[in-house]
Design a protein around this ligand. Structure first.
Ligand SMILES: Cc1cc2nc3c(=O)[nH]c(=O)nc-3n(C[C@H](O)[C@H](O)[C@H](O)COP(=O)(O)OP(=O)(O)OC[C@H]3O[C@@H](n4cnc5c(N)ncnc54)[C@H](O)[C@@H]3O)c2cc1C
Length: 530
């Protein structure tokens, strides 16, 4: 007799360690609920995923309410991944979807739901065109030029948004803020309701197990019930600002001392889904770790760890650099070491670098500018930040300069004999034109011989972690018994299934791209078009 099959999802759906998030809050007393609001669909979260999906739902005739715990819109992004957009077609660019899918699966250790990945692949371009169609031609896209080396693929489907001169509709000049503004404007124009400064506390089910509402608290402490007659949609973003969730699902995220914190990304949607019986993505959730800590620059020069030793092929993307750095003794930061020839060396190689590999993308877009790079290094030596958003300002110089390697090692606080040996070996490899130690392409091997010598301190910063409530292709949240939970849906970073292990920077802006794909899919799902 065959044994009874256990059809439960293999997922993190049972308490492991007694984390505080495992315990749901006590329901509030009925008498404390001051107001009840009703709509076809309640969106919890009004970031890019909530705004885009709600805008699409309203445009398809659904009555919607968005609640968001922030008092103002928060949108952090510059790039939007949209596969095979019209702009790409106009430029003769085309992504081979099957190759892209294979690459995505490799980066994710095959731990993703392929159906969700394919929704992104097939519908991000459609969502992108729909977004542009809302702007009366006031917004136009450009495709970003990716990395040009042999270490990884950066597919040419990343877009930047630009506002046309004389635009009257929008305030944001570009990026994620503009995308969110486009959706919010259209949503409100079509009668959608938006309540910012309102935090969802927990979900409620009816006697049949259908999720029918959430209880939320506004800034003045008033409690309200929001009833979604057709659906309640979690769009609450990621959990990177909750240390216990990081420990449980993405422990490497705890290693980076720098974090780009956004107000509200405490995994509320993941927690609410968990309390409602949802299956949650298995660890390891994929983190986004960008080289934004300390100087924010590293280029392709010799990289040494805190022992003064070379540890990687420096010709790689910034997620990989961040992870490799975190795996080093002392982790957290490393150094890029170069000499007085650095500007000529960067300039001569600018056209073969490309993409997120070694330079911040504003620099890639604007082309090689000697003054900008030299000015950045000067500012870093004075302990000033080179970022414009006030993030990571430090009084501690993140670039050191010295006339000898001994003196440089002392300023870096690394063992001088190690640094000298690393530079000597690197110079030998550069002279041979063959990196037998780490396999870097020979065009990027440059010698370190002409003083003064420089050491640029760089390190990873945690941006987001990607994991959430498992969903099916209708974006309906799945319970730990493997059955869909009626009435409960998830989009964006609150939703699981599409990322695992490592963030696939093979298409920059895929997070915003997923929001655009899922907005189309959710509206079709809730209006019975799938
Ligand atoms: C520095 C930085 C740069 C980035 N650059 C890019 C980029 O170029 N391209 C890209 O695609 N991605 C980028 N990302 C990632 C991107 O910002 C996120 O993945 C994306 O915003 C996720 O969208 P979302 O709608 O799921 O979540 P969010 O944008 O985080 O929105 C979630 C919303 O839910 C609200 N919320 C949370 N809990 C509750 C609750 N209990 N009740 C009510 N509301 C709640 C929050 O206030 C928030 O407004 C970047 C991230 C960072 C940090």
């Amino acid at each position: 007799m065959p044994g009874k099959l256990d059809m439960k999802f293999y997922s993190m759906n049972s308490p492991k360690k007694g984390y505080s998030w495992e315990t749901p809050p006590e329901p509030v007393l009925e008498s404390e609920i001051a107001e009840t609001h009703k709509a076809d669909v309640i969106f919890i979260g009004g970031g890019i995923s909530g705004l885009a999906a709600a805008a699409r739902c309203v445009s398809q005739g659904l009555d919607c309410i968005i609640i968001d715990k922030n008092e103002r819109m928060v949108a952090v992004a510059g790039q939007i991944g949209a596969i095979n957009s019209k702009e790409m077609e106009a430029q003769g660019l085309r992504v081979d979807k099957k190759k892209f899918a294979a690459d995505w699966l490799k980066v994710s250790g095959s731990r993703v739901e392929e159906s969700l990945m394919w929704i992104f692949i097939n519908r991000s371009g459609e969502g992108f065109e729909w977004m542009l169609s809302l702007t009366d031609g006031e917004v136009y896209p450009r495709v970003y030029v990716g990395y040009k080396g042999p270490m990884f693929n950066e597919y040419p489907a990343t877009h930047h948004l630009y506002l046309k001169e004389g635009s009257t509709q929008y305030n944001a000049r570009g990026g994620g803020m503009l995308a969110c503004e486009i959706f919010e404007k259209d949503y409100l124009k079509n009668g959608g309701k938006l309540s910012r400064g309102t935090t969802a506390l927990y979900l409620e089910k009816d006697a049949g197990g259908r999720v029918v509402s959430c209880v939320a608290k506004s800034g003045d402490g008033k409690l309200s019930r929001y009833i979604g007659e057709r659906a309640v949609v979690l769009a609450t973003g990621d959990a990177s600002d909750d240390k216990e969730m990081l420990e449980a699902f993405c422990p490497i995220g705890l290693r980076a001392s720098k974090q780009y914190k956004r107000p509200g990304n405490t995994g509320d949607g993941q927690k609410m889904a968990y309390w409602a019986g949802a299956a949650i993505d298995n660890p390891e959730w994929a983190p986004t770790l960008h080289v934004l800590g300390y100087s924010g620059l590293q280029f392709f020069f010799l990289h040494v760890n805190r022992l003064g030793k070379r540890f990687m092929n420096e010709d790689t993307w910034m997620q990989a650099k961040s992870v490799r750095c975190l795996m080093q003794p002392g982790g957290d930061f490393a150094f890029s070491v170069f000499d007085s020839k650095y500007l000529d060396e960067i300039g001569a190689r600018w056209d073969i670098i490309g993409g997120q590999g070694m330079t911040p993308h504003h620099m890639v877009d604007e082309g090689f500018d000697r003054e900008v790079i030299a000015g950045s290094i000067e500012r870093l030596m004075k302990g000033e930040s080179i970022r414009h958003d006030g993030y990571d300002i430090t009084n501690d110089p993140n670039c050191k300069k010295a006339d000898t390697l001994e003196e440089l090692a002392e300023k870096m606080d690394v063992p001088a004999d190690n640094l000298i040996a690393s530079v000597k070996r690197y110079n030998e490899l550069a002279a041979q034109g063959d990196d037998a130690d780490f396999g870097k392409r020979s065009e990027l091997l440059t010698s370190i011989t002409e003083p003064p010598f420089y050491a640029l301190k760089w390190g990873p910063s945690l941006l987001d972690i990607f994991g959430g409530a498992l969903i099916n292709a209708e974006l309906n949240v799945i319970g730990s018994d493997s059955n869909p939970i009626p009435g409960l849906y998830a989009v964006g970073n609150a939703a699981g299934g599409m990322y695992a292990v490592d963030y696939p920077l093979l298409l920059n802006g895929n997070s915003y791209g997923r929001a655009l794909a899922y907005c189309m899919q959710l509206a079709d799902s809730l209006t019975g078009k799938l």
